[in-house]
Design a protein around this ligand. Structure first.
Ligand SMILES: *[C@@H]1O[C@H](CO)[C@@H](O)[C@H](O)[C@H]1NC(C)=O
Ligand SMILES: *[C@@H]1O[C@H](CO)[C@@H](O)[C@H](O)[C@H]1NC(C)=O
Length: 201
């Protein structure tokens, strides 16, 4: 290719990219930026939210793409957490089938199993409160599920020599997913009270 046409195609390409950027604002031809904008805001306002983790979590759940406002995305974040908690409970129960577990570890895993089993109905309550706009209640339920993940993890740390917690990664996931939901709800509360400072909850 001689320099002139190459330059021309370069120009055309930039023109195309630039018009794409303009179109993004109001065209459904381009996937919306709700996920990345939300994850960016959440990671800035809440140190427990990691931007990459947040985007990857929503992207792993196909309905996220169809969410067209923050309220819907927040509801999806609770569903993702619910699946994660259910999967985590199944995972613990799977390990507990091993009959040659260290006695102490077995006790910890039994506690985790109970904590996660109890978290499932708590999350159903959280989803219901969320749908009714009772964000303060939803916040309490979600926080207790996050606490359950921490309590599960702490059990393993209480005794020296028990080795790495087999639950660490899953506990971290549950905690981080909960933080995303909490962070979305605090943004929704801010929007609901445009003339007030965020209140105590
Ligand atoms: C829990 O969420 C994390 C982060 O999105 C994901 O990597 C993991 O596969 C999920 N686990 C289950 C059981 O849903
Ligand atoms: C069962 O637990 C023991 C002790 O932790 C471990 O060595 C073994 O690999 C486990 N077996 C299975 C099938 O996971």
């Amino acid at each position: 290719m001689s320099p002139a046409p190459r330059l021309a195609s370069c120009f055309l390409l930039s023109f195309f990219l630039a018009s794409g950027l303009f179109l993004r604002g109001d065209s459904s031809l381009f996937s919306n930026d709700l996920i990345s904008d939300t994850c960016s805001d959440c990671s800035e306002s809440n140190p427990n939210v990691d931007y990459g983790f947040c985007v990857a979590s929503f992207e792993s759940y196909p309905q996220s793409d169809q969410a067209d406002d923050l309220t819907e995305l927040g509801r999806i974040s609770i569903y993702i957490l619910m699946e994660n908690v259910t999967g985590t409970r199944d995972f613990v129960n799977g390990i507990l089938e091993n009959e040659s577990l260290d006695h102490y570890v077995q006790g910890c895993l039994e506690d985790c199993s109970e904590l996660y089993s109890d978290s499932i109905p708590t999350l159903a309550d959280a989803a219901e409160a969320y749908d009714e706009g009772r964000y303060k209640d939803a916040n309490i339920y979600l926080s207790s599920v996050m606490d359950a993940s921490s309590t599960c993890e702490e059990g393993f740390a209480e005794k020296e020599g028990t080795g790495n917690s087999p639950m660490e990664k899953r506990n971290d996931n549950v905690f981080s997913l909960g933080a995303i939901s909490l962070s979305i709800m605090s943004e929704l509360r801010r929007r609901r009270l445009p003339n007030q400072e965020a209140t105590s909850y």
